[in-house]
Design a binder for this molecule. Structure first.
Ligand code: FE2
Length: 281
């Protein structure tokens, strides 16, 4: 199933917040056009990713109409895409519209699943609490996760979750701490095959050591959260560039690259000391 020689390329897009046409996030952000541009750029990547992971907040209000629109918007992607729910998502509506995505469990309350067949194993843990903004790993999900990790202790693994389990140091982000982070950390420490925990939700690129591995949150595909360490800060968005990440597994290590979405001059290369414009990416 691997299409990139000894590498496995995993593109991760997060927090798309697709909406009914004409609606703007916060009355300002045209999320749909930004998602469309990102998908177009992702479709032109050479080589193509082996897998695309969409790590939650796929849509804004959880309606069937939004998921139908999302389905159309994702259609240009040629590589397999794996969808995860975030706090803006509606599990049943997601399942209903993406009924051909047979990796989504039919009967479980949580949409957790495992992607196998690649050198790197992907474990997708649904962390949502319906009706709430924050996330959790409750007993049921911790048991499920332990079973999955025990099934392949020697296989390098990425754990994807919508909600990051770590504290960021940004006061407003940390007011809703991930429920069950201590138990989750204890479990992860027993499984060194987990090379990364990669999340969404925060709309900001953040990395930290956590539970013996590296944990991170992804940039959003549409708008970012403002960096504000003041104690009484509150949630603010900022139009820093939309971005996604490309994770590269090389049988030795996992490296992540950030790709910004937008129109930028270049890339330039140099021939006989002269600047030459290469084909636009
Ligand atoms: Fe989000």
């Amino acid at each position: 199933m691997q299409g990139n020689g000894s590498m496995t390329l995993i593109a991760q897009i997060s927090d798309l917040h697709v909406q009914i046409p004409g609606k703007l996030a916060y009355g300002v952000v045209d999320t749909n056009s930004l998602v469309a541009e990102a998908i177009a750029r992702l479709s032109r990547l050479n080589p193509q990713p082996d897998i695309v992971v969409a790590s939650g907040d796929l849509i804004q209000d959880g309606t069937l109409a939004e998921y139908e629109l999302l389905k159309v918007m994702l259609a240009p992607l040629q590589c397999p895409i794996y969808l995860m729910p975030g706090n803006h998502d509606h599990r049943d509506h997601l399942r209903q519209v993406f009924d051909t995505h047979t990796y989504l469990p039919d009967e479980s309350d949580h949409l957790s699943y495992v992607v196998e067949g690649y050198p790197m194993r992907l474990v997708m843990l649904d962390t949502i609490i319906p009706g709430k903004g924050g996330g959790c790993a409750d007993t049921e999900r911790l048991i499920w996760l332990e079973q999955q990790l025990l099934a392949a202790p020697q296989t390098p693994t990425m754990l994807f979750m919508h909600h990051p389990p770590f504290a960021t140091g940004i006061p407003w982000m940390d007011r809703k701490r991930f429920q069950g982070h201590g138990a989750l950390a204890a479990l992860i420490r027993q499984h060194p095959q987990v090379k990364r925990i990669s999340c969404g939700h925060l709309h900001r690129t953040i990395y930290c050591p956590w539970a013996g591995t590296v944990a991170s949150s992804q940039p959003s595909l549409v708008h970012q959260s403002a960096l504000d360490f003041t104690p009484d800060s509150s949630s603010q968005f900022v139009m820093e560039p939309p971005a996604y990440q490309l994770h590269v597994w090389t049988d030795e290590t996992l490296v992540s690259h950030t790709l910004y979405v937008g129109q930028f001059d270049g890339p330039y290369r140099f021939v006989d000391g002269k600047k030459v414009v290469a084909a636009r990416l």
